[in-house]
Ligand binder design. Structure first.
Ligand SMILES: NC(=O)c1ccc[n+]([C@@H]2O[C@H](COP(=O)([O-])OP(=O)(O)OC[C@H]3O[C@@H](n4cnc5c(N)ncnc54)[C@H](O)[C@@H]3O)[C@@H](O)[C@H]2O)c1
Ligand SMILES: O=C(O)C(=O)C[C@]1(C(=O)O)C=C[C@@H](O)C=C1
Length: 362
């Protein structure tokens, strides 16, 4: 029996719990210092054991997930390593910043157990166990930031466990993680909040602002509704990176001031063009959706009806396609079609059938 102990069974901790709860060979223990939360966890059937006792939660645990706010992670690691942990146990976290916890855990020189930082790149503006889902991590990247000296076999053991999340595991240096995630997650949260608060100010004297706010405003500001305490900790923890990124942001915004002052329509259009081109290349990994990592690639000649022919072949064989994307299609160049399936078997069957007429790559 593999025992997984989870501290902080909220959105992320609860979603981790649901990836293992009820799976043969796994027991999931959830910890909360609050007896009412413990009752809720049992009532919602998210964990097998729920307790306010740290000792009980970690007793015999093979893996410990710390899913509490970033500001509490170091303290939790310090408390945990004073407890009798199972030899070889792996402690990991899911915090949105990685440098400080990776470095402070390494500095503890823990013996007999291992710490490996982790961060699933999936989430939501919602919080609490009510928002948890076993599908949350499907197709998302899940970053691991092992400190130098962590045996690769131990990292591989954690990566193998995390397969149940259906996320794609990647190893990244912790500081590099904070630079990158600062730009693609933390800065966008700041911008969303600042924008909402700017409009909130105008709305105070004219409620039409709120009433007319439509798709564009909603799209860019969803994350402004994120949990304040979670984001307080993330932003304070990554402040050095963020201060640099906000300076760069000011440069980008100043560019628009300049373009507008000069009524430079072509310059503005160019900004949209280059942004749209980059954005269209973002990997399509919709979190929480049951899309798939089982992809095959098919070279397709550029002639009308070709995609219909391919999907008909798959439909006739009753193979479910979960996603389809044309990667390259220009008049003079044959296109490549990426077909995604929910499991390897479907991908193999599709590949076998399509190979009879098309060049297929896996
Ligand atoms: N929300 C996201 O999109 C997201 C994505 C990836 C990683 N993370 C990280 O996951 C972690 C948890 O965030 P979440 O979104 O699940 O938030 P959440 O609020 O849903 O869950 C936080 C959990 O920590 C517990 N907690 C809070 N304060 C506590 C305290 N003082 N003592 C003990 N327990 C306490 C809460 O009861 C709750 O169970 C954070 O470190 C966050 O940075 C969040
Ligand atoms: O989709 C959202 O709502 C999120 O905020 C998820 C998101 C992100 O910014 O992409 C937020 C924090 C994380 O640490 C990882 C993912």
């Amino acid at each position: 029996m593999t025992k997984i102990a989870i501290f902080g069974v909220g959105l992320i901790g609860g979603s981790i719990a649901l990836c293992y709860k009820g799976k043969p060979g796994f027991t999931v223990a959830g910890h909360s210092p609050n007896p009412r939360s413990v009752e809720k966890l049992l009532h919602r059937d998210v964990v097998d054991i729920a307790t306010t006792s740290m000792e009980e939660a970690v007793e015999g645990a093979d893996y410990i997930f710390l899913c509490v706010p970033v500001g509490m992670l170091e303290d939790y690691v310090k408390q945990l390593v004073k407890l009798p942990l199972k030899p070889g146990c792996i402690i990991t976290d899911v915090g949105s910043t990685k440098a400080s916890i990776t470095e402070s855990a390494a500095a503890l020189n823990i013996e007999g157990v291992h710490f490996i930082g982790g961060h699933p790149m999936a989430g939501s503006e919602r919080h609490g166990v009510e928002a948890a889902s076993s599908h949350l991590f499907e197709n998302a990247f899940y970053v691991l930031t092992p400190a130098a000296g962590t045996p690769q076999a131990v990292v591989d053991r954690l990566a193998a466990l995390l397969k149940s999340t259906k996320a794609q595991i990647v190893q990244v240096d912790a500081r590099e993680h904070d630079d990158i995630v600062g730009a693609i997650s933390h800065l966008p949260h700041i911008i969303a909040v600042a924008l909402v608060n700017q409009v909130r100010g105008y709305n105070a004297s004219n409620p039409l602002y709120q009433n007319l706010a439509a798709g564009g405003f909603r799209d860019i500001t969803r994350i402004a509704s994120s949990e304040p305490m979670i984001w307080r900790d993330i932003l304070v923890n990554n402040r050095e990176v963020l201060l640099r990124l906000i300076k760069d942001w000011n440069v980008e915004i100043s560019r628009f001031i300049d373009l507008l002052e000069h009524s430079d329509g072509e310059g503005i259009a160019e900004q949209f063009r280059i942004a749209g081109e980059f954005r269209s290349q973002l990997p399509e990994r919709r979190k929480g959706m049951i899309t798939s990592l089982y992809d095959i690639y098919v070279d397709i000649p550029d002639h009308p009806g070709i995609i219909g022919q391919i999907t008909t072949v798959l439909g006739n064989a009753r193979i479910n396609l979960s996603n389809i994307q044309i990667i390259e299609s220009r008049e003079d160049v044959p296109g490549v079609l990426r077909l995604s399936f929910r499991n390897q078997e479907d991908a193999d069957r599709a590949g076998g059938l399509l190979k009879q007429e098309y060049a297929v790559h896996v």
